[in-house]
Design a protein around this ligand. Structure first.
Ligand SMILES: *Cc1c(COP(=O)(O)O)cnc(C)c1O
Length: 859
């Protein structure tokens, strides 16, 4: 007998008096405004958890009688009214927020932000890790600041995989299909009520893309989706998985994001003035904007006279309003495509450009590599403002990309840095926020006032300690529940499960919980401490006052070493010496991350220097008063003050890796044994670990303003957004960008023939108060004297490196075209040995950065 089961969903009806709940569920503001989530939670706590904190799904599944009861409950209605008022105020006060933030951006500035992933909340899984969550935080802070901002990304129906770990320690990656009907994603309709589609030529197909939108507070995120019936089955899969498929899928996704993203904004009538390429995945956006600009120009050209814009001029104009942020020094994080792959997928598209394939391909050339197309190189050529995400990463990225500006010392090339921040309201535990609402009523307005946060010292030890312990307790319960579920599913015996959870289930507040959760990429060295097995084992062995390490994280499915690391950790976690003390949790996501960074006592990070671009989980820990113990790399090199945690000085990158790893493992174990564990165990007369409490307070107060997403977005506004808005406007005036492009072309051609020498022999000594006169003769090879600058850098040698402390410009005296003479007088201010260097480089007042041509001649 064949019996079919039919599924029917019976949806509740929302009573009129609380109809606004549907509106709240449609704006991801719920991901950072606790009072919104609370409106759902109080209706049915269990359902909220089983719906994975997803308000849309929650409203479809909730028992209608509960809604009816709430609609009659005066207390609930009061709470509801307050939240709705707050919500409308927030959403409608963009201009006010902007005025309050005193944004220096010119009126009408609109920032478009392109990224391959966005992490806002666990209910909306279109992120994989740090990059996505950072992008989510960037959008949330942009919304809070009230700037005119639009984000563009891809709608992944299977998102990133969910992770389970089986009984052998293998990572099992599962992709589940999401229709997005249970999410705040809405299709975009045109004025005729039809869904808006755009298309992108990929290989021989026109791939159709459906546009969707999501509200993120005051701003919108536009998502592109190739899973539409007009497309061939394989094209429907393009946007299926985040970082899934092979290199070819990746290229197609990047065409959709970059080219499709620009077309989507145009189709919606949105005209950004500043364009932010967040990581190289979106670099095609500059190419598409160049193509559109040329097309507009050609169309207007038939009517006007200013139609001489060529590809270089158009790219110059596009790049002048564009900023590119690079996020990793890991080579594999920079996409490269072989030439045949580019030819196959991009030829049809590139045919529309007025340059040949050779020149198109050169846009992605990096260094001497002529066989591969590098998205980072394309992003750098398509933008005039570039930044890395921490001070150390700034130096590393400058060195990595030095070939883009061949003759410029890496330290002076145009890559700067803005250190990442985290969105405080999303990652600070609600118990801290509730405490501050009582003790520091203004704290929400004071997030950029570092002096204010010394007020944390006024909160007594007991309150501080109790708050931390409550948060930690809920984490311990969560860990035990998750471990039980994980091991039961894998068929471990009850006795074994009991051993795994015995310390965390029966904690008396004495156990020291050390957390480590992040992607299992090799450079993060999750297994570092296991290099010193015996010491580690001795360290965790005290059964009365156990030290417990909790690990969580995903390895990319293709990352064999990463998966091996998970297996190794899993096996260790079941060894007799470590069982119950080394814990590996499956299913790392933003929700588990949030719980771990707020409830551990110490947050451990062991990256291989200098490969941790920033490392935001440590910031999340610090703003929850969790104390960092980390290699001084990424943000921690800037955030460590000496009294807010422990910093481990890394070995230089040229050490033998095995030696370095071992030494750094020893360094960390030394700190644990001699400082961290004693700081935790030493209790004062009231039973509080006063040293740890001091570190905890210092962690929070030293981090909350300096590493918030608010500070980060403010830095973006003040520097690259403002510069790109101004530079974009300058180069948009007719003929300007083309003039600059022509000038660059001429200078680049002539430069190899430019020569310079000192007119007189260098003087070996002078007296204090005497003046040194220098003259440089430059053979201009046909350039004009005003096309160049001649500079003298004065400085000292420190650690075998020349460090300039001043720079004097030489003044043009005589001569034109063939040979020009530049002179300066310099009077030293103090005695001693001085060094000076002389250099010549091209100059044009329209340049975005003095060295953007990469040309420089040293005498
Ligand atoms: C913060 C966060 C990350 C990034 O952590 P790093 O320290 O930068 O590695 C990754 N995944 C999740 C879920 C996070 O919340």
């Amino acid at each position: 007998m064949n019996i079919t089961e039919f599924t029917i969903e019976v949806k509740p009806q929302l009573p009129e008096s609380i109809a606004g709940l549907a509106e709240l569920a449609e704006n991801l503001l719920y991901s950072w405004q606790g009072s919104i989530r609370e409106l759902f939670v109080v209706l049915d706590r269990e359902l909220w958890i089983s719906c994975h904190h997803n308000p849309t799904l929650f409203l479809r599944r909730i028992d209608e009688s509960r809604l009816a009861a709430a609609a009659e409950d005066p207390e609930y209605l009061e709470q509801y009214k307050q939240v709705m008022t707050w919500f409308y105020n927030y959403c409608n006060s963009g201009a006010k927020a902007l005025a309050e933030s005193k944004s220096p951006l010119p009126q009408g500035t609109m920032v478009a932000y392109f990224c391959a992933e966005f992490g806002f909340h666990e209910s909306f899984p279109i992120y994989s890790g740090g990059l996505g969550i950072l992008a989510g935080d960037h959008c949330k802070a942009a919304s809070d600041m009230g700037i005119n901002f639009i984000a563009v990304g891809l709608l992944y129906h299977e998102g990133y995989f969910t992770q389970t770990i089986d009984a052998e320690g293998n990572q099992i990656a599962q992709y589940g299909y999401q229709s997005f009907c249970d999410s705040p994603v809405k299709p975009v309709f045109d004025s005729a009520g039809e869904p808006v589609h755009i298309s992108v030529p990929i290989a021989d197909d026109q791939v159709s893309l459906r546009l969707c939108t999501v509200s993120i507070g005051r701003i919108q995120l536009i998502l592109l989706d190739s899973d539409v019936s007009e497309n061939r089955p394989d094209n429907r899969l393009i946007t299926r998985q985040l970082y899934g498929g092979d290199n070819k899928t990746r290229l197609q996704q990047e065409m959709v994001l970059g080219i499709g993203g620009v077309r989507a904004l145009a189709a919606l009538g949105i005209v950004p003035t500043v364009w932010h390429i967040n990581e190289g995945h979106a670099a095609f956006s500059s190419v598409e904007r160049t193509r559109q600009l040329l097309q507009r120009n050609a169309e207007a050209g038939s009517k006007s006279s200013d139609s001489c814009l060529d590809f270089d001029g158009a790219l110059e104009q596009v790049a002048s309003s564009t900023l590119f942020t690079t996020h990793t020094p890991i080579e594999a994080g920079h996409d490269r495509f072989d030439r045949p792959v580019i030819e196959h997928y991009c030829s049809a598209y590139l045919r529309d450009l007025p340059i040949d394939l050779e020149r198109s391909f050169a846009l992605g050339q990096s260094g001497e590599n002529r066989q591969q197309f590098n998205m980072t190189a394309l992003a750098l050529r398509g933008s005039r403002f570039h930044n890395a995400v921490s001070r150390i990463h700034g130096a590393v990225a400058s060195a990595m990309e030095q070939s883009m500006w061949r003759q410029i010392p890496a330290a002076e090339n145009p890559i700067s840095y803005i250190t990442n921040g985290v969105h405080v309201r999303s990652f600070m535990h609600k118990k801290w926020a509730a405490l501050f609402d009582i003790k520091l009523p203004n704290w929400r307005q004071q997030q950029d006032n570092s002096d204010y946060w010394t007020a944390l010292n006024n909160i007594d030890n007991r309150t501080w300690w109790n708050t931390h312990c409550e948060i930690k307790h809920s984490l311990l319960v969560e860990i035990a529940t998750r471990l039980q579920r994980q091991h039961q599913r894998n068929g471990l015996s009850q006795a074994m499960i009991e051993r795994c959870t015995r310390y965390i289930s029966h904690s008396n507040g004495d156990l020291l919980l050390i957390g480590f959760a992040r992607r299992f990429a090799s450079y993060k060295r999750a297994g570092l401490l296991f290099l010193e097995l015996e010491r580690l084992s001795a360290l965790v062995s005290d059964t009365k006052r156990p030290v417990i390490f909790v690990f969580a994280g995903k390895a990319h499915p293709d990352d064999e070493p990463g998966r091996a690391l998970i297996k190794q950790l899993y096996e260790r976690s079941l060894e007799p010496q470590f069982i119950g003390r080394i814990i590996l949790l499956e299913g790392y996501d933003i929700a588990l991350g949030r719980a771990l960074v707020s409830g551990c006592d110490i947050w451990l990070n062991t990256p291989e220097y200098p490969l941790e671009a920033c490392g935001t989980s440590g910031i999340k820990a610090a703003i929850n008063g969790v104390v960092n113990l980390s290699i001084l790399d990424g943000w921690w090199d800037e955030g460590f003050t000496g009294d807010n945690g422990w910093g481990v000085a890394p070995h230089a990158p040229d050490y033998d890796p095995d030696y370095r790893d071992r030494q750094e493992a020893i360094d960390i174990l030394d700190i644990l044994q001699n400082q961290a564990i004693p700081a935790w165990r030493q209790r004062d007369n009231n039973g509080y670990p006063s040293r740890w409490l001091a570190l905890s307070r210092a962690s929070m107060s030293s981090t909350i303003t300096r590493f918030s997403a608010q500070r980060m977005i403010w830095d973006y506004i003040k520097t690259p957004y403002l510069a790109a808005a101004n530079q974009g406007a300058r180069l948009a005036s007719p003929g300007t960008a083309q003039n600059l492009a022509n000038w660059k072309k001429r200078v680049t051609e002539m430069w190899p023939g430019v020569r310079a020498h000192c007119v007189a022999q260098p003087v070996p000594e002078i007296h204090l108060r005497d003046t040194l006169s220098l003259a440089v003769a430059v053979n201009l090879n046909g350039l004009n004297p005003e096309d160049i600058l001649v500079e003298c850098l004065v400085g000292d040698f420190a650690q075998e490196q020349f460090v300039a402390d001043s720079c004097v410009r030489l003044v043009h005296q005589t001569g034109e075209h063939f040979q020009a003479r530049f002179e300066m007088d310099w009077t030293p201010g103090d005695c001693g040995l001085k060094q000076y260097r002389l250099r010549v480089y091209p100059y044009h007042q329209l340049l975005s950065h003095p060295f953007e041509l990469g040309l420089m001649l040293w005498l």
